[in-house]
Design a protein. Structure first.
Length: 225
C-alpha cells in the first residue's frame, strides 16, 4: 500500500476538476454591464441572489440602472427600488458612496476607472465605506475582468471541512492560497468561484450538509494506491 499526499496545487486542481465535471460551466456573474455587476455586488451583501435580481429588475423597470440615473435619485427613492435586497437603507448609502467615488474622482467615467491596474483599483474600492474585500474583489474580477480570487463564506466552509485550511485562515490567507497555487487567470478564477458558490448552496450547507452526495466527497489530499 502506497500513501500519496497531494500537493496544494494538485489538490486545488482536483477540486476544480470535480466541481466543473459535476456542475459544468457557470458563466457567472449575471449582469448586462460592468455597472450592473458592481451594483449587484453591493446589493448581494447579506442576502441571496434571487433577492438581488428582484431589486435589479425594479431598477430596470424604472429605467434608472445607469450611473447617471442612479446618482441623481434621492436616497429614499433609491432605497425603495432596492428594497427586495434587504438592508435597503444601508445599501442605498453604500451605493451612493460608490457613486461619489466614480463621479467625484473619475468624472463619471466608469470604464476609465475599471482600466486601472488591479491593485490600485482594489485599493480605491476598499476606500469606499461599505465595500469590503469580497465586494471589492467581485467588482475587480467580474466587472473589470482582472484576475483576483474572490473568497466567500462557502470557500472558508468547504476548505475547512476538507481540512485544507483551519479556522485561523482569514480572507487574505485563503485568497493567497488560491493565487499562489493557481495560474492567475481571470476565466479560471471566475469559474472557480462560481463553482464553489454552487457546491456550497447545493451540498456544503451550514447545517445538514449533503456530504455523501457531494462531488467533493472524500477530497482530503490523500490517495491510497
Amino acid at each position: 500500500m502506497l500513501v500519496y499526499l497531494m500537493s496544494t496545487v494538485e489538490l486545488l486542481q482536483e477540486m476544480y476538476e470535480r466541481l466543473h465535471g459535476h456542475f459544468g460551466a457557470q458563466d457567472w456573474w449575471p449582469g448586462d454591464s460592468p455597472f450592473e455587476i458592481m451594483v449587484g455586488a453591493i446589493l448581494t451583501q447579506n442576502t441571496n441572489w434571487k433577492n438581488v435580481e428582484r431589486a435589479i429588475d425594479n431598477l430596470k423597470r424604472a429605467d434608472v440602472l445607469s450611473l447617471a440615473a442612479m446618482s441623481g435619485l434621492p436616497r429614499d427613492l433609491l432605497a425603495e427600488y432596492i428594497r427586495p435586497a434587504g438592508y435597503y437603507n444601508i445599501k442605498a448609502v453604500r451605493l451612493q458612496n460608490f457613486f461619489t467615488l466614480i463621479n467625484g474622482h473619475w468624472d463619471g467615467d466608469l470604464d476609465f476607472f475599471l482600466n486601472q491596474p488591479r491593485d490600485t483599483l482594489r485599493e480605491q474600492l476598499l476606500s469606499v465605506k461599505g465595500i469590503g474585500p469580497e465586494t471589492a474583489d467581485s467588482m475587480v474580477l467580474y466587472a473589470a475582468g482582472q484576475p483576483i480570487f474572490v473568497v466567500d463564506t462557502y470557500t472558508h466552509r468547504i476548505l475547512t471541512r476538507h481540512e485544507i485550511i483551519d479556522e485561523s485562515f482569514d480572507y487574505h490567507a485563503i485568497q493567497e492560497l488560491f493565487m499562489d497555487n493557481l495560474e492567475e487567470d481571470t476565466c479560471l478564477f471566475n469559474e472557480y468561484h462560481a463553482l464553489i458558490v454552487q457546491v456550497g448552496k447545493d451540498f456544503c450547507k451550514k447545517s445538514k450538509p449533503a456530504c455523501g452526495y457531494c462531488p467533493l466527497a472524500g477530497l482530503n489530499g490523500i490517495f491510497v494506491v
